[in-house]
Design a protein around this ligand. Structure first.
Ligand SMILES: Cc1ncc(COP(=O)(O)O)c(C=O)c1O
Length: 405
């Protein structure tokens, strides 16, 4: 109850705010109005049936799922809609890829390889597998978050069942050269499956699962302003994967239970909007991203950019460490000024530990603690960026003025 009272006080403390700029699309965000419009009929008058049952509302639900699978499969250039499986979240998709992929292919060996900067929805199932006797190897990255290819080559052996490396890092925006990494892995062991968590890439940068050569890929809805509680896993035709939950089977073969049809329809609409003029939107986002990075590093002393620059960085990602500031305190200072950021991904925030991603790229504890993550959306305008640049020095200045360091 005390926590709730504190939260209410904090919300009240906001008072009059000149402008509100939401920059936390990493961790959630408002669902786009067009997405809500697309979902509403499926909550009320259409497709409310169970898609496995033979009546009109059931068939409508089935039709909606199939149409969404086809459209989303098309955006990632999958060979067929049958390669796309809806899940209840990205966490679930990552768990199915790792646990289900390993279980179905365990005769191939006993090793799983991931990078040191994977999200917790990969790290935690991998740790669970380690407890159960699977050999889990974490491959290091360089100071921009790129996986060290020679280390990856050393990690993959004849017994490696799965490698999982994210396409875009969720915290520092590093775009991994996945095609090259797949080649390294498959040359060493052609039987090894390659999974990529593409949650932070889907709808932000174009990619083609066949060209990348991946066997599995996780896709996210809420990061492109679709609904939450829905995600998808691409599984290349022919790849064997076990279910990790058992129960009544819906239209999906990978997880049991009733499909979230409104969520699926919303995910489809959010994807359609994200892929419309994708190149133009990415170009615009990069302009805003670079404006923020350049001005913050120039105007605020003792700041460090986390992650790479230019085309090797996701167009929407800004991650900066503010020395002599505590990240969580800075998110509160900024919130009181109407700018909503996070001090890392939802994955790490609640652990109150410095981000494992920032530590892996060589940041010291205090640098990792003072990091702020901003994720832009194509809806942001020049005035939003200018407002952030106006209030950020005020917030940092205030925290530093009371800092004991
Ligand atoms: C890259 C990545 N994958 C997966 C997840 C988990 O997503 P969800 O909350 O939809 O399960 C996150 C969470 O922030 C993430 O950043």
């Amino acid at each position: 109850m005390n926590v709730l009272m504190n939260v209410r006080e904090l919300i009240k403390a906001h008072g009059d705010i000149e402008r509100e700029v939401y920059l936390d699309f990493e961790n959630s965000g408002p669902v786009l109005p067009e997405v809500i419009e697309a979902m509403l009929p499926y909550l009320r008058e259409r497709g409310y049936g169970n898609p496995t049952i033979t009546h009109k509302p059931g068939w409508e639900a089935y039709e909606a799922i199939m149409e969404a699978s086809e459209e989303i499969a098309g955006y990632i250039k999958a060979s067929s809609f049958e390669e796309l499986h809806f899940t209840h979240s990205d966490t679930e998709a990552n768990n199915i890829a790792l646990l289900g992929g390993f279980s179905a292919n365990r005769k191939l060996g006993r090793r799983v390889v991931i990078s040191k900067i994977e999200p917790l929805s990969i790290l935690f199932p991998a740790q669970m597998m380690r407890k159960n006797g699977v050999e889990v190897v974490e491959v290091p990255v360089n100071n921009e978050g790129f996986v060290l290819e020679n280390e990856l080559l050393k990690a993959v052996d004849d017994e490696t069942v799965i490698v999982s490396i994210g396409l875009v890092n969720h915290e520092i925006g590093t775009i991994q050269p996945i095609k090259e990494l797949v080649e390294v892995v498959k040359e060493r062991n052609p039987c090894t499956l390659f999974h990529t968590d593409a949650s932070d890439a889907y709808g932000r940068i174009p990619f083609d699962v066949r060209e990348l050569g991946v066997d599995m890929a996780t896709l996210c809805s809420y990061k492109i302003q679709g609904p939450r509680d829905i995600g998808a896993l691409y599984v290349r035709e022919g790849v064997k994967i076990d279910r990790i939950l058992e129960g009544p089977l819906g239209t999906e073969s990978l997880w049991p239970g009733l499909e979230n049809v409104p969520g699926i329809v919303g995910f489809q609409m959010a994807s359609r909007l994200a892929f419309e003029n994708l190149h133009e939107k990415a170009r615009r986002l990069k302009g805003f991203r670079d404006m923020l990075i350049t001005e913050i590093l120039e105007k605020i002393p003792e700041t460090i950019l986390n992650g790479p620059r230019g085309d090797r960085r996701a167009p929407d990602n800004v991650n900066i460490s503010f020395l002599r500031c505590e990240g969580e305190a800075l998110t509160i200072e900024l919130s009181l000024r109407g700018v909503y950021v996070s001090s890392g991904s939802a994955c790490t925030r609640r652990l109150l530990q410095p981000s494992h991603v920032l530590l892996a790229i060589g940041r010291k504890y205090e640098e990792a603690h003072g990091s702020v993550l901003m994720k832009l959306s194509s809806k942001h305008g020049f005035e939003d960026i200018q407002y952030v640049l106006k209030v950020l020095p005020q917030a940092v200045g205030r925290l530093r003025s009371i800092s004991p360091f």
